[in-house]
Design a protein around this ligand. Structure first.
Ligand code: CP
Length: 332
């Protein structure tokens, strides 16, 4: 595995092997030995709590080290467009920055959110792909506009841990309100992971909030191959009923005015509460989560919420990813 930029460019079998390896590392049955002595350069264009801390923890715990840079505050701002006259705010181009960081690190990890201004341009993931093109070392996406692959793999790890057998189990992704429109990266990767896991996937979302067609096409293909299914509905009440996993996430509409709908009082009943949890439902969310906007206190604090275990599993999933990337780099 040269790069880990998204889930959709890997096979479900390869991703399942990574998820299994992550659980073995967590149980102490495997060691990600390729991390030892390696340096990961982490570049953040956007804020993070879990991603930053879990990558640093994985590198440190298994004998590597991490360099963390926040673009624009403790590095130069970067120009990402090709062929432009750089007479604006950004004094450095991504071509030089990526090439230089690749000389310091054995891999470069990049976080760059969607701009939410042009969903088509966002989906091209220009920044992360520029690093993959120019860094000359493996590149890991720590969330781009199109996907959050480390989160998606973690979600699969968590569902295996919680359910043991994921095939044929019911996975409901439910849209939820928010104070502002958010990117689709997390729901994209969560749906892909559940489809790859052979689950019966239902996406409950208001009219106009469809996920990207490219992601849906891959998810349908993976679900069909793995014995699962994909459905979409605007009826969140039915969708939540009987879910083995209720995965909550807010995202902005791709083709609507994003300024208003998220605070639309007509959508307020999409807030997830304890009443939406079945007896054996596991409640998942990638975090951070706005309490009582996205998920009510009574659901988040319920024993059926596994959001903290899910966040912990970022550490183990990323240890498996880092090990695979470093092993591939040395031809193992
Ligand atoms: N889930 C996740 O990526 O969390 P952070 O944004 O805090 O890294």
């Amino acid at each position: 595995m040269r790069h880990f930029l998204n889930l959709r460019e890997h096979s479900p079998a390869a991703l399942r092997a990574l998820a299994d390896r992550a659980l073995m590392i967590k149980r102490g049955e495997a060691t990600p030995g390729a991390i030892k002595g390696r340096t990961l350069v982490m570049l953040f264009f956007n804020s993070s709590l879990r991603t930053r801390a879990s990558f640093e923890a994985a590198m440190g715990r298994f004998g590597g080290s991490a360099i963390v840079l926040n673009v624009g505050s403790d590095t130069w701002s970067l120009e990402t467009r090709d062929g432009v006259r750089m007479d604006g705010d950004a004094p450095e181009h991504v071509r030089e920055a990526a090439a230089v960081l690749g000389r310091y690190g054995d891999a470069v990890a990049v976080r760059s959110f969607a701009t939410m201004r042009d969903h088509g341009a966002d989906f091209a993931d220009a920044i992360v792909r520029a690093f993959a093109a120019y860094a000359d070392v493996p590149v890991i996406s720590m969330e781009s506009a199109s996907e959050h692959p480390c989160q998606g793999l973690t979600d699969w790890v968590t569902m295996i841990e919680q359910l043991r057998e994921t095939r044929g189990r019911r996975f409901t992704l439910t849209w939820a309100p928010h104070v502002k429109p958010l990117p689709m990266a997390v729901p994209h990767s969560a749906v892909l992971a559940a489809a790859a896991a052979g689950m019966l996937v239902t996406i409950a979302r208001p009219r106009g909030y469809a996920l990207r067609p490219e992601i849906m096409a891959t998810a349908r293909q993976w679900a069909a191959a793995g014995g699962g299914s994909i459905e979409e509905t605007e009826n969140h009440t039915d969708a939540r009923r009987g879910a083995d996993v209720l995965y909550v996430k807010s995202w902005g509409a791709a083709f609507a005015d994003n300024a208003g709908p998220v605070n639309n009082p007509n959508l307020a009943d999409w807030l997830v509460t304890r009443d939406h949890l079945g007896q054996d439902t596991r409640l998942m969310h990638c975090l951070p989560v706005r309490r009582n906007v996205v998920i009510a206190d009574d659901a988040l604090d319920d024993p059926r919420s596994v959001v903290i275990d899910q966040a912990e599993n970022r550490l183990w999933a990323q240890a498996a990813i880092l090990d695979a990337v470093f092993n591939a780099e040395r031809g193992a």
